[in-house]
Design a protein around this ligand. Structure first.
Ligand code: AMX
Length: 442
């Protein structure tokens, strides 16, 4: 652990000095204007955050420290005999800002293997919920129960120097990431497999072990988990799960409290829950049309029906992206390689042809193209993981990599408590009339 932490601190000190210099010279420069409509409409297009780990280009999609999805697929180390990137490598890349060696990735794997023990009271807390509880409710409960283990909370209570905050945050982040696969798999086996739990295999990589504990021994399912955990990890800082984790962290809430908060945001249907909504929507379409391979015309009619009922087409659209999500394309590549004849996967591809022109024709949707969630469920169903309510937990385990890496950076850079100004419509009306009002909160 020491090596990674020391290396990180050296990088962070250099970055902090550089930022200080940038701000000294340029701190008063304007980076944009805020229009009245933006504060009513989700602050879309308003730059308000610094997130070091990744940047989302509206046309190209996500870049992790400058590397696109095809690039990380090529450059990140793989498991022995595997072809997909190991999420340990992605974590190293976004945390450290440079590509890891095979050795760096093996080191991260061994840290997470060593730190993966989940105390019994966490399982007891999950068990206290009825089986009918949503898996995301169980997941957040598990994370909250695990908060008893927070190094940051303990050291803060003892009294610590501000300069040291990042150190226990780093440890908490590593502990949390190490333990989440066990918690996720426990929830899955409890809810869907009669609590027939599978003990971790201490020799497997992080995502491979998750696959094993879920109960899927197929090598290509392990590969899917590696790809899945890598591509869902981070999507710059403004999305609901990342922004929430960052916001809560700015109050110096410990990483467990922050991640639980972020995961509650991920559980919303416009964000991470969309992956379950996509498969639910396709299953309902198959049932209604009485076929497991609807034609493109049938799909088009079904989309029109969904829209006429005032619902969104799940898996399509994005607040920032304006092209097909490269995370969708990466999963399509996996499907073409491992299961090209799967009818559900083919249906996802047919939906990809049918939906964009319809959404485009409405004229109001800024991005008619598929996002990550349009594809993920179909690959899981192929291996037998049909219990779609569980899907967002998988997204959450992966997302922990990005939001925890960012939280470590937030603390090492001493970002202050986040507190944007808000106004009332009453104040806006008075401002529009030309009255002297404190609209800027200065
Ligand atoms: N189906 C139907 N209508 C859609 C739509 C879709 N897939 N995507 C956007 N719209 C509608 C919006 O609801 C909005 O309608 P309104 O003006 O009547 O309120 C209008 O088009 C304009 O929206 P927008 O500016 O294009 O999108 P946004 O930035 O407000 O929202 C998102 C982005 C993702 C919430 C939206 O596209 C959506 O609801 N998609 C479906 C849910 C989904 O797939 N979410 C997952 C996103 C990825 C992730 O976080 N995991």
């Amino acid at each position: 652990m020491g090596i990674l932490k020391d290396r990180f601190k050296a990088k962070a000190d250099a970055a902090a000095a550089e930022i200080k210099e940038i701000l000294k010279e340029n701190g008063t420069k304007k980076i944009g204007e805020v229009q009245l409509s933006q504060i009513y409409q989700g602050m879309r297009g308003m730059t308000g955050l610094v997130t070091e780990t990744s940047y989302l280009d509206p046309q190209e999609g996500i870049r992790f420290r400058g590397y696109s999805i095809p690039e990380i697929q090529e450059k990140l180390p793989k498991a022995k005999n595997g072809n997909e990137p190991l999420p340990e490598g992605l974590f190293y890349l976004i945390l450290m800002g440079e590509l890891p060696t095979e050795e760096d990735v093996a080191h991260a794997t061994s840290i997470w293997q060593r730190r993966s023990h989940v105390p019994n009271h966490v399982f007891a807390a999950i068990d206290a919920l009825p089986l009918t509880a949503h898996p995301m409710t169980m997941f957040v409960t598990g994370i909250m129960a695990l908060q008893t283990e927070s190094n940051f909370a303990k050291r803060y209570a003892q009294g610590m120097n501000k300069k040291d905050y990042w150190d226990p945050v780093f440890d908490d982040a590593m502990d949390l990431i190490a333990r989440l696969p066990r918690i996720g798999a426990y929830i899955y086996r409890r809810k869907y497999k009669n609590s027939d739990h599978i003990q971790p295999n201490g020799l497997l990589d992080w995502a491979g072990n998750l696959a094993h504990m879920l109960g899927y021994s197929d090598e290509s399912f392990k590969e899917l988990m590696r790809l899945y955990m890598t591509i869902h990890a981070d999507h710059e800082g403004g999305n609901v799960s990342a922004h929430t984790t960052h916001l809560v962290g700015s109050a110096l809430s410990d990483p467990y409290l922050c991640l639980a908060a972020g995961m509650n945001g991920l559980a919303g249907p416009l964000h991470g829950l969309a992956n379950q909504e996509v498969i639910k929507w396709i299953f309902e379409m198959q049932k209604e049309l009485n076929t497991d391979l609807p034609t493109k015309d049938q799909i088009a009619d079904y989309v029109q029906k969904t829209l006429s009922e005032g619902k969104v087409v799940p898996g399509y659209g994005h607040a920032v992206l304006r092209k097909t999500d490269p995370r969708f394309t990466a999963q399509m590549g996996f499907g073409k390689k491992h299961m090209p004849d799967d009818k559900l996967v083919q249906t996802v591809w047919n939906i990809y042809e049918a939906v964009p022109p319809i959404l485009q024709s409405l004229g109001k949707i800024k991005n008619p193209w598929p996002n990550v969630d349009a594809h993920s469920g179909s690959l899981l169903v192929h291996y037998g993981l049909k219990e779609y309510e569980f899907y967002t937990v998988l997204f959450g385990i992966s997302r922990s990599l990005g939001v925890m890496a960012s939280l470590i950076w937030d603390r090492v850079l001493s970002f202050p408590i986040e507190r944007p100004k808000s106004v009332t419509t009453e104040l806006v009306k008075r401002w529009l009339k030309g009255e002297e009002v404190d609209i800027w909160g200065e």
